[in-house]
Design a protein around this ligand. Structure first.
Ligand code: UD1
Ligand code: MG
Length: 470
């Protein structure tokens, strides 16, 4: 077979066969019962289609064609920023074979291999794709695809092949008879085709099947030789058609991640109760207590202790931090900081080293400098706290006047008494003391004591003066 080659000019003249990749992402995903198109379902923080695109990103394909259809605009919007992705519209969505037929006008001059990836097979590893392409080239096949032997083949196309790996046909689950259903060698939905051969047989597809769709899998019986490669780990080619399969894939990713980090020196007290994202990085001797979840990109310093019952998103925590029963999102935390129990640190907050953020404290978009303490029952929003500030229990920064947000500034070593309200905009100097129960509306100079509350009144013997009117 003739394969077009690109010439790489590197002094030595080298030739590399051309490779195009097509991702099938036009289906509705009826079984998902969702308002989102299936390929936009999230899995451990990224969507199915993002995972599929990532799986071949290092392959340096000459073309990358993403077939969209059902809610295609949404998929396009989601991936719009990606360079080199050509969006191909399939409308209506009349099956996987029909989806690939849409490429015929786009690949008229293309002569090489077409790698086809189902957009709902998200755990595929780059090495496996490379092996598929290499094996296909070495054995000079018209099509080579991945197969997998599974315990429960329900829903998958069944592969009929001889002992040498030569495939005669694929039959979809819905079209199998009782005997064919007992075959547990399944089609993974990942194919490497010789494009020129595929191009010739694509127009011959017919929708004579249960779903009355044009199946890409029917091309396999029309191409000789057709080969399959059985993957070692069937989990890697799990397809996601419904929420149960989505949960299975999530669990597979989570297990992979936890096992990786355990090898790298992280302790999980109750591994299966915790979830991570692939963008999390941990130092040595980090301990993760039960029911702790990390999302987005997080960086956790050595010897930190997270949880139990904690959610951390897109945050950086220093060394030896301790976070208990708390929620932290888009926050930077220095070394040796204690957070919680029951604290909520919101976006834009920066907490320097040796601080303490205690029980039932909410901090939003604030700077808390080294050694400061906000121990109990406080709201600190749009504030800048100097070093070694002590915020008394129940102190509130009243940052919102109903229309705008305003800033509170508290200088080094200042202290607020219990139940203080600081009405922003307001500046408290350094070494200021605020009397308990004060509501402050004006700035306070350095070293001053500010008290603003009703004077205490004592009426001696008042209880005895009460007259019984009955
Ligand atoms: C498909 C295979 C099946 C295989 C399984 C592996 C066919 C006919 N069947 O079945 O042999 O075992 O994957 O997971 O190919 N899509 C389009 N346009 C369409 C229809 C689907 O782009 O008109 C896309 C979907 O968005 C999806 C992919 O193709 O990403 C596969 O479609 P799906 O309906 O999930 O096929 P399966 O029933 O899983
Ligand atoms: Mg599927």
């Amino acid at each position: 077979m003739l394969i077009q080659e690109k010439v790489v000019d590197s002094g030595l003249s080298t030739t590399i066969p051309m490779l195009a990749v097509a991702v099938l992402a036009a289906g509705k995903g009826t079984r998902m019962k969702s308002s989102l198109p299936k390929v936009l379902q999230p899995l451990a923080g990224s969507t199915l289609v993002e995972r599929v695109l990532k799986s071949f990103s290092k392959l340096e394909a000459d073309r990358c064609l993403l077939i969209i259809g059902h809610q295609g605009e949404l998929v396009k919007e989601h991936l719009g920023h990606r360079k080199g992705v050509e969006f191909v519209l399939q409308s209506p969505q009349n099956g996987t074979g029909h989806a690939i037929q849409q490429l015929i006008p786009l690949l008229t001059n293309f002569d090489g291999e077409l790698l086809v990836l189902n957009g709902d097979v998200p755990l595929l590893r780059e090495e496996t794709i490379k092996e598929l392409v290499t094996e296909h080239r070495n054995r000079n096949a018209r099509v080579t695809f991945l197969s997998s032997r599974v315990e429960d083949p329900t829903g998958y196309g069944r592969v009929f092949a001889n002992d040498e790996g030569l495939v005669s046909k694929i039959i979809e689950h819905k079209d199998c008879n009782q005997k064919e259903l007992s075959n547990n060698l399944t089609n993974a939905g990942i194919y490497c085709f010789d494009w020129k051969s595929l191009e010739k047989v694509l127009p011959k597809l017919e929708g004579k099947n249960e779903q009355q769709e044009l199946y890409l899998t029917d091309t396999v019986a029309m191409l000789t030789p057709a080969l399959h490669i059985e993957v070692d780990d069937s989990g890697e080619v799990s397809g996601v058609n419904d929420r149960k399969q989505l949960a299975i894939c999530e669990e597979l990713i989570q297990t992979r991640l936890r096992q990786y980090w355990m090898k790298e020196g992280v302790t999980f007290i109750d591994p299966s109760s915790c979830t991570l994202s692939e963008e999390c990085l941990f130092g040595k001797d980090v301990v993760i207590e039960p029911q702790t979840h990390l999302r987005g990109s997080c960086l956790i310093g050595d010897e930190s202790n997270l949880g139990p019952g904690t959610l951390i998103k897109d945050s950086i925590l220093g060394k030896r931090t301790q976070v208990t029963h708390s929620v932290i999102s888009q926050v930077k935390v220095g070394d040796e900081v204690k957070v919680g129990p029951f604290a909520h640190l919101r976006p834009g907050t920066n907490i320097e080293s040796n601080c303490r953020i205690g029980n039932f404290v909410e901090v939003k978009k604030s700077q808390i400098s080294t050694g400061s303490k906000v121990n109990h029952l406080s709201y600190i929003g749009d504030a800048i706290l100097g070093e070694e500030v002590n915020i008394g229990a129940g102190t509130i920064t009243a940052n919102f006047d109903g229309v705008n947000k305003h800033q509170t500034v508290i200088g080094h070593r200042s202290k607020t008494g219990a139940n203080s309200v600081l009405v922003a905009p307001i500046v408290l100097g350094t070494d200021v003391t605020v009397g308990a129960g004060s509501t402050l509306t004006r700035n306070v100079p350095d070293f001053a004591l500010a008290i603003s509350r009703a004077k205490q009144l004592i009426k001696e013997g008042w209880a005895k003066l009460k007259v019984n009117t009955n």
